[in-house]
Design a protein around this ligand. Structure first.
Ligand code: NAD
Length: 347
């Protein structure tokens, strides 16, 4: 017997969310996906064109901070699972304008938790009553940036203290804490996933990889922060999606899972790889003033998710970046339709 699920995906018109919605619809034809997105600058309905007439998919334009709408939505759509991607996601913007990061990333998450809580019964004896509804599983999509920066060695493990350094990562860390508290206090079945830097198709060209590909294709300057020796651990977006799928089905309530692809690269390495793959000149690279509070190194220890949930990344970085560059070349129209970023960014 196939189990039906009603999954509320928030922020599903963004980069990772749109990839996730498609992955889930193809992989689980018995699931209904309800995508709620406010369509900020980062939300693009074109990302979802391929599944716009899929009968298991519906889109609702709404803001996760809108308490009444979220409450109605849980009631009318019979939601049993939430995957919360909706967020302001760009570090540079959080330095320029932090407030919306707090309202969306923290308060928005709490509004969703309240809605999930309202539609969930705590007493297990209710299980046998007519009104019983199984718990609304709540998955909070977080980031490795909540751990702060690493030195030359070491890796992030789930038990490390949260030491965020940017308004963005502080807002994500705050959201993680309120999600945890709703589990401890109200018993909501939650999971928090902390993922490293994603790359792949449909990423907004303010982030490092699509920005560099876009600029490189146009032979525009490639602005690199500081010495470009910042280290990030890159994960293909489709591997991130399969990891969330694994957490959704096998994650133990209340647990945090790191998600990483074992692909540590410096920013400058990535930029040079793009330049060389596209056959352009490295003279396009320009070092610009470093971002304030710029974390030097992130690296993910993904032992917990690989050993406990049996997830493995399928992509090597070499294969993933090759396909990603090819995708942006084939989809210049998509790229053109978006107001391009103008600075070195890596998310
Ligand atoms: P994105 O900026 O591409 O997409 C965010 C989406 O959220 C957009 O569609 C936007 O319209 C929507 N949104 C923003 N505010 C909203 C609100 N108030 N109500 C409803 N919708 C709203 O981001 P992304 O790169 O796809 O990231 C998705 C999630 O994954 C975020 O929570 C981010 O913190 C996390 N994450 C991202 C990365 C990465 O490398 N991109 C890494 C780790 C974690």
């Amino acid at each position: 017997v196939l189990t039906m699920k009603f999954i509320l995906v928030t922020g599903g018109a963004g980069f990772i969310g749109s990839n996730f919605v498609k992955t889930m619809l193809y992989k689980h034809p018995n699931y209904k996906i309800i995508n709620v997105d406010a369509l900020t600058y980062a939300g693009n309905p074109e990302n979802l064109q391929a599944i716009s007439d899929n009968h298991n998919y519906s889109f609702i334009k709404a803001d996760i901070r809108d308490r009444q709408r979220m409450d109605e939505l849980f009631l009318t759509c019979n939601i049993d699972t939430v995957v919360n991607f909706a967020a302001e996601s760009h570090v540079d913007r959080s330095i320029e304008e932090p407030e919306v990061f707090l309202t969306t990333n923290v308060i928005g998450t709490q509004v969703l938790l309240d809605a999930a809580k309202k539609h969930w019964k705590m007493n297990p004896s209710d299980k046998y009553s007519k009104e019983y509804k199984p718990g609304v599983k709540f998955i909070q999509v977080s980031t490795d940036e909540v751990y702060g920066a690493l030195g030359e060695t070491g890796m992030f493990v789930e038990t490390m203290p949260l030491m965020p350094n940017s308004p963005y990562s502080a807002s994500k860390a705050s959201a993680d804490l309120i999600v945890r508290a709703y589990h401890e206090t109200f018993g909501i079945p939650v999971n928090i996933t902390r993922c490293s830097n994603n790359y792949g198709p449909y990423q907004f060209p303010e982030k490092l990889i699509p920005l560099m590909i876009n600029n490189c294709l146009k032979e525009k300057e490639l602005p690199v922060y500081g010495d470009g020796m910042q280290v990030r651990d890159w994960l293909h977006v489709s591997d991130h999606c399969t990891a969330i799928d694994a957490v959704l089905h096998k994650g133990k309530d209340g647990e945090v899972y790191n998600i990483g692809g074992n692909n540590e690269k410096t920013n400058i390495e990535i930029v040079k790889l793009i330049v060389n793959t596209l056959g352009k000149s490295e003279d396009l690279i320009k070092n610009v003033k470093d971002r304030p509070g710029h974390d030097r190194r992130y690296a993910i220890d993904n032992t917990k998710i690989t050993t406990q949930l049996g997830w493995e990344p399928a992509y090597t970085f070499e294969q993933g970046i090759k396909e990603t560059i090819a995708w942006y070349i084939e989809n210049t129209e998509w790229l053109e339709s978006i107001a391009s970023g103008d600075y070195a960014r890596e998310g």
